[in-house]
Write a protein that binds this ligand. Structure first.
Ligand code: NAD
Length: 506
């Protein structure tokens, strides 16, 4: 057993329900086995949540909500502050577990935990800033204002590729808003959920906060569907594939519930003839091969001006040939494994389709059969933007090179996909940069100049347009999605005037 696992309270068999404890473990429960993609070996198992356990979790969450919503928001912030402190203590073992269970390199595992700490800090401040507006009433001696109330138990469904950070973006903001949280993480990374739940559990116990404020359930699509169909859960925040998002939107929409959808991307960088190529190359490589191309914000398409196309291509190919691929916990590794064999197969299928549609694989794409685990060489391909395969998000390190000659053409390629998450342009030309950020520029939720598509900070609202789902999480005023708005009018006079000057004498 690796020592970081025991530090996080991970055992051979783990309860996957509520605050990481055993109290609900149902003996008939199925187990989910977690394997490390680094060598394919089994790490540990987690009991899958049964329907009866799910019922208990929702009831505990509803009960906890009654207490939690009445705690002043800054006091809820204090609990979140302590969670942030606890995460600081566990940053190293949790970063290692993220790396070991998901396969991203250790530095990125640490980065995920840091993101959790950052959102805790942000949420603490936000807990004193749940501002509502006041309005001047048209009626004399009347006051109008709006206030924000918590929603209730919020369901968070998350993806394998950010097994802890995405949860915390939702959970810490929802918590300071006064909601309780029921989290179903990915069935591919169940141990990350158990570890985070154990860490949060320490804080809840020390403060006598009901454990139903933060609950964990484990399982796959079916368990997710218990949540999406459940009228007791007014908001579902779901992160994952577009296919999943369409199902969740329909199911939750059918009961007129609320959703925050954070779905797939097909992110591009435009490299202008006026780009600083040195900076562009570094940003492209991090964006395209970081997390082995398994970020929602991974750079998938490079739209390159014809005058710098060959130079950029040659530089990228030479860097790709020396990228160190291997054990994600090894400090020298830049690219770890893909999550599983299905992901390796999906990448191989995509490379085949690229060739069938007329594209060229210039470098990489091979499966590293000699290594245990799901390792591939990141690939660079020359393609046309309209190819069907280029229009899709293949969740693997494939970088598409597309040539352009005018900015108008570049923008058409850029926006000519169904997804709209992250985007970037490298240029030192102010007119081009401002065009890219203007109403007729990028149609994505995130648009950057002279930095890449991935690696967002928590301070901004994170999310995307079109098939990316339209949700926003994390910073800015994303907190509003976790609350309900109420408009209040108070008459402090002794008459009852009606709005719009309507006369109604009785
Ligand atoms: P996935 O869609 O296979 O699964 C995501 C989660 O949804 C899992 O917990 C799964 O059990 C659950 N699920 C699946 N079908 C469901 C249903 N019908 N009802 C309820 N729950 C259901 O995605 P994945 O392979 O884990 O993650 C990769 C995808 O996630 C990529 O498309 C990536 O771009 C996207 N992603 C998006 C963001 C973002 O913020 N936009 C962030 C991370 C990942």
């Amino acid at each position: 057993m690796k020592d970081f696992l025991s530090k996080l309270g991970i055992k051979h068999e783990n309860s996957g329900t509520s605050t990481g404890q055993e109290f609900l473990k149902d003996v008939t429960s199925e187990k989910i086995t977690s394997y490390t993609p680094s060598d394919g070996s089994e790490i540990a198992t987690v009991y899958e949540t049964t329907k009866s356990e799910y019922e208990e979790v929702v009831q505990k969450s509803q009960e906890a909500f009654k207490e939690w919503r009445m705690m002043p928001a800054p006091q809820r912030g204090e609990i979140v502050r302590q969670i942030g402190e606890e995460l600081r203590k566990y940053k190293e073992p949790l970063g290692k577990l993220v790396s070991y269970e998901m396969g991203k390199v250790y530095q990125e595992g640490l980065g995920e935990v840091q993101e959790m700490i950052d959102i805790c800090d942000f949420a603490v401040g936000q807990s004193r800033m749940l501002y509502g507006k006041t309005m001047h009433s048209e009626r004399p001696q009347h006051r109008m204002y709006e206030q924000w109330h918590p929603l209730g138990p919020v369901g968070v469904i998350s993806a394998f590729n950010f097994p802890v950070a995405v949860y915390s973006w939702n959970a810490m903001i929802a918590a300071i808003c006064g909601d309780t949280i029921i989290w179903k993480g990915s069935e591919k990374t169940p141990l990350c959920g158990v570890a985070v739940q154990n860490i949060i559990g320490n804080v809840l116990k020390a403060n006598d906060v009901p454990e139903g404020v933060f609950s964990l359930i484990t399982g796959g699509r079916e368990v997710g569907e218990w949540m999406t169909t459940d009228e007791r859960i007014p908001l579902i925040s779901a992160t994952g594939s577009i296919r999943m998002g369409k199902q969740v939107a329909q199911t939750v929409g059918a009961r007129l519930g609320k959703t925050i959808l954070e779905l797939g991307g097909n992110n591009a960088i435009i490299i202008s003839k006026d780009a600083d190529l040195e900076m562009a190359v570094r940003a492209v490589v991090f964006g395209a091969v970081g997390t082995a191309g398994q970020r929602c914000t991974s750079t998938r398409r490079l739209i390159i001006h014809e005058s710098v196309f060959d130079e950029l291509k040659d530089r990228l190919v030479s860097i790709y040939q020396s990228i160190k691929i291997g054990d994600p916990l090894d400090e020298d590794t830049l690219v770890g494994p893909l999550i599983d064999q299905d992901a390796v197969q999906a990448m191989q299928n995509a490379l085949k389709q690229i060739k069938e549609e007329g594209g060229k694989v210039i470098t990489g794409g091979e499966v590293l059969e000699n290594m245990e685990g799901h390792y591939v060489k990141p690939a660079i391909c020359e393609v046309k933007n309209h190819y069907e395969i280029v229009q899709e998000e293949t969740f693997a390190p494939i970088l598409y090179l597309i040539k352009y000659s005018s900015l108008k053409e570049a923008m058409e390629y850029h926006n000519g996909v169904k997804q709209g998450l992250s985007s970037a342009m490298f240029t030192l030309n102010m007119r081009e940069a401002e065009t890219f950020l203007s109403h007729r520029g990028s149609d994505c939720g995130i648009a950057n100049i002279n930095i890449g598509t991935s690696g967002a900070e928590i301070g901004g609202a994170f999310g995307g347009e079109k098939e990316t789902g339209g949700g926003r999480e994390s910073g800015s005023d994303a907190w509003k999605a976790y609350m309900r708005r109420q408009t209040n009018t108070i008459n402090w006079g002794d008459e009852l005037p009606l709005a719009q000057g309507i006369e109604f004498d009785v």
